[in-house]
Structures are given as C-alpha cells and as structure tokens.
Design a protein around this ligand. Sequence first.
Ligand code: HEC
Length: 230
Amino acid sequence: MFHWLEKHPFFFAVGVFVTIAFAGLIEILPNFAQASRPVIGTAPYSTLELAGRHVYIKNSCNACHSQLVRPFKSETDRYGHYSLSGEYAYDRPFLWGSKRTGPDLMRVGNYRTTDWHENHMKDPASVVPGSIMPAYKWMFTNNADVDTAYAEQLTVANAFSVPYNEPVPMKDGSTKIVKMGKNLAEARALALAEAKEIVADMKDQDVKDAVARGEIPEIVAIIAYMNSLK
Ligand code: HEC
C-alpha cells in the first residue's frame, strides 16, 4: 500500500491532504460547539446600548480603539481578564479593531464612569492631559437612533435566537433579564427609562432637559454602551 503510494505522487498528495484535513477538523470542531457559546456574564445589548454601539460604529471609534484583550501579562494587568470568544456572542459585527491609537475598550465599563465619559467625550484633554483623542461635541446635540436599534434587535432576536426577555446567568450567580419591547412604542419607552438612569449621573443641563422632554442625545447612548463593556 505505502510502496504503491510512494510511486504515485498524485494519490500520495491526496492522502496527505485527507490526513491533514481530518486532523484539522478534530481540532476545530469542538471549538464550534463549545467556545462560541456565550460565556456566563455575557448578556445581549439593550435597545439603548445597541443605539450607542451604532454611534460608536458611525464615528469610527474602532479605527483607534480595539476591543480585544490579548492573553499577555502587560494587557491583563491593565485591562483585566483576556477576551474569550463567547463574550462576543451578541456582537454583530465584531468590533475587535486592528489598531490601538487609544487603549483597548473591551472592559472599559469596569473602570470608567458615566461622568468621566461625559467630560472625556466633550473635551478629552480636560481629563487626560495631552490626549490626542478628538472631542465629540455633536453627540451632545444629535439624537440617537433608537428606532434602528430596535429594528436590529428584532432581526437578531428572530434570526439568531438572542435571549431577550429571558433570564441570562451572571458571574455572581444571579440572573439578568434584558427586555426588548413588543413594539416600537414600548422599545422607545424602555430606552428612555434607561437614558433617565444615565443622565442622573451627568451634569450637562441641555442633555438632561432633552431626556426630560423624551429625546435621547447620542452621548447618553454611547455612555450606555461604554458602561456595558465589561
Ligand atoms: C484618532 C484616534 C481616536 C478616535 C477616533 C477615538 N479615540 Fe478614544 N482615545 C484615543 C486616545 C489616544 C486615547 C487615550 C487618551 C485619552 O484617554 O484621551 C483615547 C481614550 C479613550 C477612552 C479612555 C479609555 C481608558 O481606558 O482610559 C475612551 C472611553 C475612549 N477613548 C472612547 C472613544 C469613543 C467612544 C470614540 C468614538 C466616539 C473614540 N474614543 C474615538 C484615540 C481615539
């Protein structure tokens, strides 16, 4: 058999290919089954967080920021636990990024707060002297697009069975239920309720007034998103 193969290079090559492909499958397949499942503590995005994620994409924050902590001591000391594939289960699209002009933001919700983000987005150098990050002043006057966020929620909930309105296990053993509105009016109300909690920790009076009127400025949505990154 092997003597025959050695004399027939084409079939030998096919044999090599099949052997390597089989070994590759044995390595890869278990990962599809295991690691791509959401890890404990990973919850789907709320309507407001998703609207903030859209603001993040729209402003190309991912051009300067990664969302992927690599398993190196220098990174885990600074940002926390390295990223696990299951933590991205509800990220569509992934925002891993490929360049760090600024720091990684995968776990920024653990060490930055609403009021810090408010100051930082308005004028980065006021909280981080010498910062080269641009200011995003228009986020304080533009309104977030909650309707599109709700449309995305509806799509992913149906297509990928994202667990909205269901208990999701958290790291401390508790469960969390992320609500999704049954219709657009309910989704807007849920987003506004979440926005009210966030502006309670903000000081910009115009933003507070806007939320009191029922509007949601982009800054509130992006802060909701930043706070969700843990
Ligand atoms: C031109 C590159 C650039 C862009 C675009 C950019 N940033 Fe930054 N960002 C930086 C730099 C540099 C820093 C580090 C200095 C600082 O904290 O201001 C930073 C810091 C941050 C921090 C603080 C992180 C920490 O751990 O201290 C946050 C949060 C942040 N950026 C969010 C954003 C968001 C949200 C956007 C999009 C709206 C954005 N950045 C767009 C360059 C950028």
